[in-house]
Structure formats: structure tokens, C-alpha cells
Design a protein around this ligand. Structure first.
Ligand SMILES: Cc1ncc(COP(=O)(O)O)c(C=O)c1O
Length: 389
């Protein structure tokens, strides 16, 4: 399932946007946006086809399809050991929108929210879009050990929320139970909400295990909002489907209102909900095959990067991205990205503030969610280019 024969480059070149195949010059291999090169599980497209055969595409319920809300609650119970009432599960049109809805619901202009640095740009983007202030909490991408004294020192009376990204994109860190307890303790002490983005929590490599912060105890769970999605684990980014969950009815009501689902201004496409439900109920075999493949691609990517001049790369415990340290090249992240694009015809993501925050300078991110053939070709090209530097 996860080899080059199953990758259709002609289709990807027409359909894969967001810095990927459809946006690159001919011959360029994009190891850019974290999106698989593989087609999704066949059960998903079969379920969509079956649904549309009846030719009724009416409005769905504004809170989302009950069957999907139940599947999500069941997934959290089975996989994360957390019992959520399906009434407090809200399918939304992407994890990105979920982050935005949570920020819109609980932050106002001038409020502060802690974000990790480096981290995916979506947190800063959502916080700043509503006029609040993102306060970066540095977590060294390689050492990965959070300094909780620094975290506490960053919390002012205007701070309302800690944005947890677990697993952490781009460094691939998975937070330990102890670290999560500490974050929960700090949130309780300062009466902060926790926004826990868990979109990467199914892409965790053995022997690392994942803990959901809401599984720790009831009082942490009651101040936590979870965001999750289907773009990373099931390759459904174009369907724009994600979810918000909480065990707190007050938090749910605020998010439902701010989602604008009730007015139909927003709401999740019914076919995307059918797809997401099928992913959760029929495609576990696909996901576990995918993660097995990714673990091999991770090892290949990291060992290859570590043999290149000027590059070191730690082993990510999760996520299908490698966050490589390029400081020994003497070049900036943007210079290396441009050089690799020009010389190697491989597109990667530079560690710029606009993507990951200021703590990302000196690093570049490479997505390894492709076949070993494509990955080997890209890594060989990068190696040859760096030898010439
Ligand atoms: C941490 C994190 N959250 C959210 C998203 C966005 O997911 P979606 O496609 O569901 O909006 C991404 C995508 O890269 C991500 O890395």
C-alpha cells in the first residue's frame, strides 16, 4: 500500500496544493506541507460513493452527524482512555478552524495565550487574528525538555490559555505524563484553559506512547479543549474535517456558538463527515500500515540527514517531519532552503517565524510521508548539493 506503485504523480501534480506537487516547478520533489503522497483508504471513497448514489445532499445537523460524534467519542474512549459525552463533540471543517474557534470563543482583544516555540503557525495566526497576543514559550527542538519555571514566568494576569501541541510539530516531541501533569498544574494555579492540539497523536513511533492530557484527571479535563483532525492520519486534508471535544458543557456551548454552525454560515460538509466516520470505524488497518511505513521512512530520513555535511537531525518520536539542524552550514534556514531548491530540486520548509516561530531559525523541516523511492531520490539530491557548498 505504501510504495511508489501506489503513488500517482500525475494526479498529485494536478491536485496536491499548499506548497506540494501542484505548486512546484516540473522536476521538483516537495517535502514541504505535511500531507501524504499516498491515496486514502479505499473504504473512505467507497463510503462517499455509496452516500452520493441516493442523490440527496440535504443540510446536516448543525452539531454534526450523530454517528460521527459517537465514533469520535468511542475513539477517545478506546484509544485515549477518556470518556467524552458525544453531545460535547463538535465536528468542524478542519483542525485549523477548530483552533480558531477555540481562540475566538475564549480570548478577547489584548488577552494573552502561551504558544510553544517552535510550533506550527496556526496557533499564532488564530490568536493574532482575533487581536489577542501570542506569548512564545521556547522548547528546544533537540533537547526537548520544557523549563516550567520559564513557562510560569511568562504567565501574566492577561494570560487566558496555554496552547499545547502534542505531539509537537515540527520537532516531533511527545509530552510525557509528568510534563502534562505539570502543564495541568500550572493551568490550574493560574486558572488557564488548555487548548490541546492532538492532530498528530496517531502518528507516534514505537516505543513512545502517547498520553492525552484530558486522561490525567477530571479537573484538568474540565479546563481542556481538544482539537483533532483527519488530515495527518488519514490523508483527508482536502475534505477539511476536524473536531473539537471537551468534557465541559460551558466550554462546548461557547464553541458551538462561535463556530457559526447554527446559522449555517459554517458547518462541515456532509461527505467529509461520512468520510471521517468511515476512517474511524473501518480504516484502523490502513492507519497502522501507514505508521509502520512512516517509522521506516523516519529512520531512513534521519540517518541520511545525519550523514550529510553541515546537518544534524534528532530522531522525532512522532509526526512525519524531520526538523534538521543546519547551523553548521553557516547559512540561514531561508538560504539553505533556496539553495536546496535551486541545486537539488527539492522543496523543503525553512525555519522561519512565519511558519514555526523565532525558535525555528537554524532548522529546516522535511516531510517524509512518501515512498522510500521518492525519499531516497530527494535525500540523495540534497546530499549531492550540500557536498558542493
Ligand atoms: C499541529 C497542527 N495542527 C493543525 C493542523 C491543520 O490541520 P487541518 O488540515 O485539519 O486544518 C496542522 C497541519 O499541519 C498541524 O500540524
Amino acid at each position: 500500500m505504501f510504495n511508489s506503485e501506489n503513488i500517482n504523480l500525475n494526479i498529485l501534480k494536478q491536485r496536491a496544493f499548499n506548497l506540494r506537487w501542484a505548486t512546484q516547478a516540473e522536476g521538483v520533489i516537495p517535502l514541504t506541507a505535511a500531507d501524504p503522497d499516498f491515496p486514502c483508504a479505499p473504504e473512505i471513497t467507497e463510503a462517499i460513493s455509496k452516500y452520493i448514489k441516493d442523490r440527496y445532499l440535504s443540510y446536516g445537523p448543525s452539531q454534526g452527524l450523530p454517528i460521527l460524534r459517537e465514533s469520535i467519542a468511542n475513539y477517545y474512549l478506546q484509544k485515549r482512555g477518556v470518556k467524552f459525552n458525544p453531545d460535547y463533540v463538535l465536528p468542524v471543517d478542519s483542525a485549523a478552524f477548530g483552533i480558531y474557534v477555540a481562540c475566538k470563543s475564549f480570548l478577547k482583544k489584548g488577552d494573552e495565550a502561551i504558544i510553544f516555540d517552535p510550533v506550527d503557525f496556526l496557533f499564532r495566526y488564530s490568536i493574532e487574528t482575533i487581536g489577542a497576543i501570542a506569548v512564545p514559550f521556547p522548547i528546544h527542538p533537540e533537547k526537548q525538555k520544557p523549563d516550567f519555571e520559564i513557562l510560569e514566568s511568562l504567565i501574566s494576569p492577561s494570560c487566558k490559555m496555554i496552547c499545547l501541541c502534542n505531539p509537537l510539530n515540527p520537532s516531533g516531541k511527545v509530552f510525557t505524563k509528568e510534563e502534562l501533569l505539570k502543564i495541568g498544574e500550572i493551568a490550574e494555579k493560574h486558572n488557564l484553559l488548555i487548548l490541546s492540539d492532538e492532530i498528530w497523536s496517531d502518528i507516534v513511533f514505537q516505543p513512545t506512547t502517547y498520553t492525552c492530557i484530558s486522561a490525567l484527571n477530571e479537573s484538568i479535563s474540565n479546563r481542556t479543549i481538544i482539537v483533532h483532525g483527519f488530515s495527518k492520519s488519514y490523508g483527508l486534508a482536502g475534505l477539511r474535517i476536524g473536531m473539537l471535544l471537551t468534557s465541559n458543557s460551558r466550554l462546548f456551548d461557547a464553541m458551538f456558538q462561535n463556530s457559526l454552525h447554527q446559522s449555517t454560515v459554517h458547518g462541515v460538509n456532509i461527505l467529509s463527515q461520512v468520510a471521517a466516520n468511515t476512517a474511524l470505524t473501518e480504516c484502523e488497518y490502513w492507519l497502522s500500515g501507514f505508521v509502520n511505513h512512516l517509522q521506516k521512512m523516519r529512520d531512513l530520513t534521519v540517518s541520511s540527514l545525519n550523514s550529510m555535511p553541515g546537518i544534524t537531525c534528532h530522531v522525532p518520536d512522532a509526526c512525519y517531519v524531520a526538523f534538521a539542524n543546519i547551523q553548521a552550514t553557516g547559512k540561514s534556514s531561508a538560504e539553505i532552503q533556496q539553495y536546496i531548491l535551486d541545486e537539488a530540486k527539492v522543496a523543503i520548509v525553512p525555519g522561519l517565524k512565519q511558519w514555526f516561530g523565532e525558535g525555528a531559525e537554524g532548522y529546516v523541516r522535511l516531510c517524509f510521508s512518501t515512498s522510500d523511492e521518492i525519499l531516497n531520490e530527494a535525500l540523495n539530491r540534497i546530499n549531492k548539493a550540500l557536498m558542493k557548498l
